[in-house]
Design a protein around this ligand. Sequence first.
Ligand SMILES: Nc1ncnc2c1ncn2[C@@H]1O[C@H](COP(=O)(O)OP(=O)(O)OP(=O)(O)O)[C@@H](O)[C@H]1O
Ligand SMILES: [Mg+2]
Length: 291
Amino acid sequence: MTPDLLDEGAKRAAAYQLREPPGKTESGGRAAGFARVMTDGEVDTTHGRILYLEDVSVSFDGFKAINKLSLDIAPGELRCIIGPNGAGKTTMMDIITGKTRPDEGTVFFGSTIDLLRYTEPEIAQMGIGRKFQKPTVFEQLTVFENLELALKTNKGVQASMFFRLDSGQSDRLAEVLHTIHLADSVTRMAGNLSHGQKQWLEIGMLLMQDPKLLLLDEPVAGMTDEETARTAELFLKLKGQHSLMVVEHDMSFIKSISEIVTVLHEGSVLAQGPLEQVQNDERVIEVYLGR
Ligand SMILES: Nc1ncnc2c1ncn2[C@@H]1O[C@H](COP(=O)(O)OP(=O)(O)OP(=O)(O)O)[C@@H](O)[C@H]1O
Ligand SMILES: [Mg+2]
């Protein structure tokens, strides 16, 4: 084992260890002190935003997939994003997670971290977890091993070989198992789980890293009604402890979890507000709901 490599990893981990800002009040409200000096890696949400996009645009071969998109999300918020196919929902997540670079615009994590300056793995490590539509669990490993593995990512091969859960991590694993309703399936092969359970396991793998912000792209696609209802319960439970951005076409699911809904169309925000309000918006009916 190379101590310098481990040292390096430990330093990087410490730099990105995300803790609640010291000024945060117990009720989850904002502390009075603004313009505080933040320590390395902390997300400054004193201005009431965990994510902030302004005038973001990106073109693919001359086609504007994202067009002057502006939007922000509050700490602990569960934001739903809806909109027609091709509206730019997935592309927006690609931009937030560093997979796609915008041509112009501003993307901030809290009020101090300029996400456009970081790579995809760095952004993941800072506390932005992303769930793609298709489950990507390790089918040949057990539920437990999948969750354990989620802690090893970014640690390098050598560190992983000698990896042991410490007591904090064991507690976290037990808590996550309970949250994702898989406490009875610890030793089951992930490949034998139902589609819905695989999706929950993947969400659990993200939760092992205790992300500040979770981006979930069509999480209930292909789920049974019962699995969808349990997923709604799960998201409502995660809200508050994490900020969530959920893209879905399933309107009854959206109805069961939504606070503020943002409607994307042609790469920008067409409407935003409580579900009932956007559902009655003529422009939204025309481009999306009325199809
Ligand atoms: N890497 C890429 N290269 C070229 N075109 C792209 C790329 N990524 C996205 N697009 C285009 O950008 C537009 C927005 O796509 P995006 O996948 O973000 O839509 P979406 O809102 O997620 O749609 P859906 O609801 O179908 O998932 C589409 O026209 C798509 O073809
Ligand atoms: Mg999409």
